[in-house]
Design a protein around this ligand. Structure first.
Ligand SMILES: Cc1cc2nc3c(=O)[nH]c(=O)nc-3n(C[C@H](O)[C@H](O)[C@H](O)COP(=O)(O)OP(=O)(O)OC[C@H]3O[C@@H](n4cnc5c(N)ncnc54)[C@H](O)[C@@H]3O)c2cc1C
Length: 487
């Protein structure tokens, strides 16, 4: 059905979900349009999940301002949205004069920015904080304010909260065309309906450039690069804090993150994307990740690998059209590109929001919402409730709490996800409708068997809850049966 709203948000990743949440702090009718079946399946599902403190940002930039604010507010945000935050702190290590010099600069920048608690450590202090580090680490920058969060859990919590406050979410619906109208914008959607909006937030992640060009001439372009990751089982010996490496040779160093669910995440390579939509891992990238992680933590047992994945970085470049030819700036835009082009009032491009976009998602949402509220003359929504309740997950309870919990049927043995939790994910106001959706909402399939045991159970529950035969949720693709979980 055609609809009229104050603000249309294109894209249901973490940025779109937090934009919607913050827009509902004002009396604005908000609709989020997401082209996939599930929210938070783009960049939001494949990143490092670190909550940054801001010492690595450029003084005076919007990124620096928002990261500092976001870092301070993060523990409270997680409490408000019932999302686990693991405040491990972070060590950035150096093993040579060049890298040590870089750390000293970062330390000075961090102090100037007012990042709390930064300490530049010498080898004996480093060994006490992170035993098991390779010999030869000459300095480390410790930032106690950093930690880990599950990125899609955070995004989905923002979506739940936005929806509870009145935002409408439409999934499996893409914005396919846009026009400027005197009263705002007219969006044509893939389900052949029209969405009229007084303002628009383009939070389309890697597709932000293409979405912007549905309306206006190109002025930025996203050129992705690929990064590979390795996930280890919780049995891997995790360091007590996040470890990032400033390599002695310029380039990417290892990042080692103890996640909120006790796994160890190793990242990441940085390679050009030579095929469109390239999201598979590459042996060269994985080899780089493994070697750089072992160079810092030689005791890591990589046989505990349970999964590998690749991520795409949305690097934004300025575009100029010279004599009909499109030219890109030589360097990618370093600051957050949050832009309302002069000729398109009320249309905000959130373009190429790279690290630390996850950390800053709520602050970016608030920044955009305040500007659009002012433009649209909106007043604060007195009924806005920032909090979201979520029951504890059985698998995250301490063993003694699990022992005293009511009896439950376990669907996912690795992560100890109960049948009731899977049903709740499928029945949620923003329901999971696919295997991946249930995985992101309930956590099943995330453990060492990677869904080998639970996929069939989850499929049966999805079919049962939707009143369909299991076969209706599968389709034949290239000669084999795949689960699409949505007819
Ligand atoms: C490798 C990597 C590591 C990172 N690590 C960190 C980190 O440790 N800490 C941190 O703070 N930040 C990190 N970030 C940054 C953070 O992950 C991103 O800033 C954030 O996830 C971006 O979210 P998004 O909502 O913009 O994009 P997405 O999650 O991709 O969402 C965009 C959505 O738009 C939808 N869409 C696209 N086109 C259309 C259309 N036409 N109609 C409707 N919907 C559409 C897509 O389907 C998608 O769901 C990292 C990023 C990368 C790439």
């Amino acid at each position: 059905m055609d609809a009229d709203v104050d603000v249309a948000v294109i894209g249901g990743g973490v940025l779109g979900c937090f934009a919607a949440r913050n827009l509902r702090r004002f009396n604005l009718r908000v609709q989020v349009v997401e082209r996939e079946f599930e929210l938070c399946g783009g960049i939001t599902k494949a990143n490092t999940g670190i909550v940054y403190s801001g010492y690595d940002t450029k003084p005076g930039s919007l990124k620096a301002r928002l990261t500092l604010r976001a870092s301070r507010a993060f523990p409270q945000l997680c409490r408000e949205l019932s999302v686990p935050f693991r405040p491990t702190g972070s060590l950035m290590t150096a093993a040579g004069p060049r890298a040590t010099g870089v750390l000293q600069k970062k330390y000075a920048t961090g102090l100037a920015l007012g990042v709390p608690g930064l300490v530049l450590l010498a080898p004996p202090q480093i060994a006490a904080l992170a035993p098991g580090l390779a010999p030869g680490v000459s300095a480390a920058l410790y930032s106690p304010g950093m930690g880990a969060v599950n990125p899609w859990e955070l995004g989905l919590a923002a979506a739940d909260n936005a929806q509870a406050n009145g935002a409408v979410f439409r999934t499996a619906t893409a914005v396919s065309a846009m026009e400027r109208r005197p009263e705002g914008y007219r969006l044509a959607l893939s389900d052949n309906t029209i969405l009229r909006a007084r303002a628009v937030v383009n939070a389309a992640g890697l597709s932000a450039g293409q979405v912007s060009e549905l309306l206006m001439p190109p002025y930025f372009q996203i050129r992705p690069t690929r990064g590979d990751y390795i996930i280890l089982d919780p049995r891997a010996q995790a360091p007590g804090c996040i470890i990032q490496q400033e390599p002695e040779q310029k380039g990417k160093g290892a990042t080692i993150v103890p996640t909120v669910d006790g796994n160890l995440l190793l990242g990441t390579s940085d390679e050009a994307v030579t095929r469109p939509g390239w999201t598979t891992t590459e042996a060269s990238g994985l080899d780089f990740v493994a070697r750089s992680a072992l160079a810092i933590l030689p005791g890591l047992d990589l046989s505990l690998t349970i999964r590998t994945f690749a991520a795409l970085r949305p690097n934004p470049y300025w575009v100029k059209t010279v004599d009909g030819a499109v030219k890109l700036s030589t360097r990618s835009i370093e600051d957050f590109l949050i832009d309302e082009p002069e000729d398109y009032p009320g249309f905000v491009n959130l373009a190429g929001i790279k690290t630390p976009g996850l950390t800053c998602a709520d602050e970016i949402g608030l920044y955009v919402a305040e500007r659009l509220a002012e433009r649209l003359g909106a007043v604060p929504n007195r009924k806005f409730d920032p909090s979201r309740e979520a029951g504890p997950r059985f698998g995250r309870l301490r063993p003694e709490e699990q022992m005293t919990s009511p009896p439950a049927t376990i669907v996912c043995r690795c992560q100890k996800v109960t049948e009731d939790e899977v049903r709740q994910a499928i029945r949620a106001p923003l329901p999971a409708t696919t295997i991946d959706g249930v995985k992101r909402r309930a956590g099943c399939g995330m453990g060492r068997c990677q869904g080998g045991y639970c996929t069939e159970h989850v499929l049966r529950l999805l079919a049962e809850e939707q009143g369909l035969p299991v076969g209706a949720l599968c389709k034949e693709q290239e000669g084999s049966w795949v689960v699409c979980a949505k007819p």
